[in-house]
Design a protein around this ligand. Structure first.
Ligand code: FO1
Length: 333
């Protein structure tokens, strides 16, 4: 009988539950990496609905749809939003009405591109809401229809709208700023209008998860709307040691969208130090790309631990590694 010890397998640590505070494209890519590292049943995304808009009588939730389509591997890779192999015949057919539309009418508007397949999602969501369903249950139906395993939650079932004040046109909706104006005008203020109620499900997801991750989304107009809801910051502050943020800024620039310019225009610093200043009250660690290793001290000076790991999610392997390092950087509750 030899005496070699039989190596016992490590006690399977009860897999941590993770809630990801999410915006659109950056959050979708992070979630894709996370779902390669942990089981979908462990993951909940609390998603920004400040971008939501009503067009053609349809209820559109871009960040929820961007995450849904990305995790279903159905997104157009170039655009980062909407579906691949999309056609635009319905939108093209609207052009005929532009000649007869009365001034000031929003009918047949075509600056916000709705693909033919994408319309099906808006038809379904709009019809279900019109029957009295809440956005939370409709979102779960749409996620199930696309075969997603994670729990996808809107931050609120009520209207909570991001209003961007621009130097040229005054107050506009987020989509007007981001798409119609191609976010090419300076911003002087951002505010959120409407109900400030987190859903019960979202509140539970933020309080009960073992770990909370602030996804690499725009801190002001993607994460900001979720923080603007009553209770969000208090919940995260109370569990700050198990909250970690991933910087959406790398080398002073946003990987996608206007986050860097908006930070500067609104008086913040477009750097990982500026992101740390925004997140220090609610998260104990900030994950930054090696390009910002020289700013690690500045991040730590804000009271956050600085975790350095490749954060540009250009391959599934990098996305997965980023998720694993992010989860390992805080102690689960
Ligand atoms: N982004 C654009 O830049 N141009 C568009 O025409 C556009 C249409 C669109 C339609 C449905 C949808 O779910 C998203 C769409 N987006 C478009 C992206 C949208 O503006 C998102 O809010 C941004 O990706 C920021 O999260």
């Amino acid at each position: 009988m030899n005496s070699t010890n039989v190596a016992m397998p490590p006690a399977a640590s009860a897999a941590p539950t993770v809630t990801v505070v999410s915006g659109g494209v950056g959050a979708a890519r992070f979630l894709r990496g996370l779902l390669a590292a942990v089981e979908p049943e462990q993951v909940t995304a609390v998603v920004n609905t400040g971008d939501d808009t009503q067009l053609h009588g349809l209820s559109i939730s871009p960040d929820l749809d961007t995450i849904t389509y990305t995790l279903a591997d159905a997104t157009d890779p170039e655009r980062g939003w909407g579906l691949r192999n999309e056609t635009w015949t319905a939108m093209a057919a609207l052009e005929r009405f532009e000649t007869v539309r009365p001034a000031g009418s929003a009918a047949a508007t075509r600056w916000f591109n709705l693909g033919d397949q994408d319309l099906a999602t808006h038809f379904y969501r709009t019809a279900r809401l019109a029957e009295g369903a809440h956005l939370t249950e409709v979102t779960a139906e749409i996620a199930a229809a696309w075969g997603l395993g994670l729990c996808l939650l809107p931050m609120s079932d009520d209207r909570r709208t991001t209003i961007v004040t621009t130097a040229t046109e005054g107050d506009v909706s987020f989509q007007d700023y981001f798409v119609r104006l191609r976010h090419s005008v300076p911003v002087t203020a951002v505010r959120f209008e409407g109900s400030a109620e987190l859903t019960t499900a979202a509140r539970h997801a933020l309080t009960s998860a073992d770990i909370v991750v602030i996804a690499p989304s725009n801190p002001l107009v993607s994460i900001g709307p979720i923080r603007s809801l009553d209770g969000t910051d208090a919940i995260l502050e109370a569990r700050r040691d198990s909250v970690v943020a991933v910087s959406p800024i790398v080398g002073g620039a946003a990987l996608k969208g206007p986050a860097d310019r908006m930070l500067t225009e609104l008086g913040h610093e477009a750097s990982v130090a500026g992101v740390a200043r925004l997140y220090a009250p609610i998260a104990s660690a900030l994950v930054v790309d090696p390009a910002d290793a020289d700013l690690a001290d500045a991040v730590e000076a804000e009271g956050m631990r600085c975790i350095i790991t490749p954060s540009i999610m250009s391959t599934p392997e990098i996305s997965r590694a980023l998720a694993e390092v992010t989860l390992a950087s805080v102690s689960a509750r």
